[in-house]
Design a protein around this ligand. Structure first.
Ligand code: F6P
Length: 463
């Protein structure tokens, strides 16, 4: 078996959990554990001056290699072009996009540094798999340094339609850099279609019916590879949540009252504000749910707090939670439990199982593995209902079984919550089994094997 070399912005070293690493870390960890190999990226640390040394650490069949960033690199590459320009633009939030030339230069500079540090660690037979929007230029930088091994790229976030993408300064270079890969993977057919449109309209490239794209003098494969979850692992951890004192205390604290749960990094793409407004609307329109002391638990660990937009979001969401709680709370009931820190995975899965509704309403999301894990954590004999945004990648697989909503329409979300809370057991079971079939078919193994399979077929230059 060829060695797998994974590169991502953050590296989650086994046993040293970084806060907020999210679905990407879980997916990569599981791909690497199954295959063995090297995981290379940023350590999560930054300082005015760094040694530039790559630190390595091996756990079983995986070697973790990390480097620190200088504060300038962190500001320009991570906070700057990646999170203030690409992130909002790719999530259709041009109103939040901020562009500075020096940020773009920092982004290119850090990608060049990653390439320079990675090259001496590569072996001839490696398969190189690069992840996410921070590292789009990396293949070009590696090729510039004579790397010949197959290089694939997987985008965990949405890929916007050309009308949006062309508003991002640097879009021409980004797409050119994407065309340097052998395999380019997206979460959904919608993202793939948006990429194809750009290729055909903006660079006069060709999209063949077998998935091959010819553009910028290179042929490569572009496809949709929806990220899945490790269903058995989620089920086992959920069973184990019975031993979690926190999950038990949380369930006791509800006194068998109904509960709705949301779990998201505190990010403007997640639609938390609209969700709170929908919950307020629901309580207002349904006094019987006030009598039943319906509770919304929103877990929202802080994220990217150095970016102004994220600090402002924190302010406005806290204010909204306080206002709604002030309006409806009683001496023995607080309707929204709003929590700004994360919990252990098995504890969150225990919370999922204790809830009647999983509320996953991002305004735009690449996939959203919370939606999938919510479903896999349910009790087959008494499953909860998933209310899911039509703009989450997961909706392309779960629609028809989830209650799918427009996350901008707060009344529609409120109606869906009400419908979910009143849904008969038979219907809940039918919807749940439908979703579980999909989760098992498109699980994490299928994702990994499909992508690595495509990468093993490279090069595609003969097409
Ligand atoms: O899924 C998108 C993503 O940006 C990942 O690349 C990252 O691991 C996660 O969200 C958390 O974001 P950050 O690394 O900026 O905290």
């Amino acid at each position: 078996m060829r060695r797998l070399v994974v590169v991502s912005n953050r590296v989650e070293v086994a046993g040293k959990k970084q806060a907020g690493a999210g679905g990407l870390a879980v997916s990569i960890q599981s791909a690497l554990e199954a295959h063995g190999g090297l995981w290379f990226g940023w350590s999560g640390e930054h300082a005015a001056k760094t040694s530039g040394r790559v630190k390595t650490h091996s756990v079983e069949n995986v070697t973790y290699a990390t480097l620190d960033l200088s504060t300038k690199d962190y500001d320009q590459y991570y906070l700057g072009y990646a999170n203030r320009a690409i992130w909002p633009a790719f999530h259709y939030r041009l109103d939040r996009m901020k562009f500075h030339r020096e940020d773009y230069e920092g982004y290119q500079r850090v990608n060049a540094r990653f390439a320079e540090k990675l090259v001496p660690m590569l072996q001839d037979d490696d398969l190189i798999w690069i992840h996410d929007f921070h590292l789009i230029p990396l293949a070009s930088e590696l090729r510039r340094r004579s790397v010949k091994q197959p290089i694939g790229f997987f985008l965990h976030i949405p890929f916007p339609v050309p009308e949006i993408l062309t508003a991002l300064p640097g879009h021409q270079e980004l797409v050119k850099e994407l065309c340097a890969y052998d395999v380019v993977g997206f979460q959904t057919e919608i993202d793939l279609h948006a990429f194809h449109s750009y290729i055909e309209r903006e660079v006069q490239g060709q999209v063949l019916s077998n998935g091959i794209v010819k553009a910028n003098g290179h042929s490569f494969f572009a496809g949709a590879f929806p990220v899945g979850i490790y269903v058995e692992n989620v089920s086992a951890l959920t069973k184990d949540s019975k031993n979690s004192a926190t999950a038990k205390k949380m369930a006791e604290s509800l006194h068998e009252r109904p509960m709705i749960i949301g779990v998201d990094r505190l990010d403007y793409s997640k639609g938390i504000m609209a969700r709170f407004h929908a919950f307020e609307h629901l309580l207002e329109a349904s006094p019987e749910l006030q009598e039943k002391c319906l509770t919304l638990i929103q877990i929202a660990p802080l994220s990217r707090s150095k970016v102004k937009e994220y600090r402002e979001l924190r302010e406005s969401i806290s204010t909204a939670a306080g206002r709604i709680n002030g309006r409806f709370s009683e001496y023995n009931w607080v309707p929204i439990r709003y929590i700004n820190h994360g919990f252990k995975r098995r504890t969150v899965l225990g919370f999922f199982r204790a809830s009647q509704v999983g509320l996953v309403t991002p305004l735009r999301d690449g996939m959203n593995l919370v939606a999938k894990e919510y479903v896999a954590a349910q009790d087959p004999e008494n499953p909860g209902v998933l209310v899911l945004s039509k703009f989450a990648g997961a909706a392309h697989e779960l629609d028809g079984h989830s209650l799918t909503v427009n996350p901008y329409n707060t009344e529609e979300i409120a109606d869906a919550m009400k419908q979910a809370l009143a849904m008969p057991l038979d219907e809940r079971k039918t919807r749940w089994s439908g979703m579980m079939k999909t989760l098992r078919r498109n699980d994490i193994t299928a994702w990994r094997e499909k992508f690595i399979g495509a990468l093993q077929e490279a090069p595609y230059s003969a097409y």
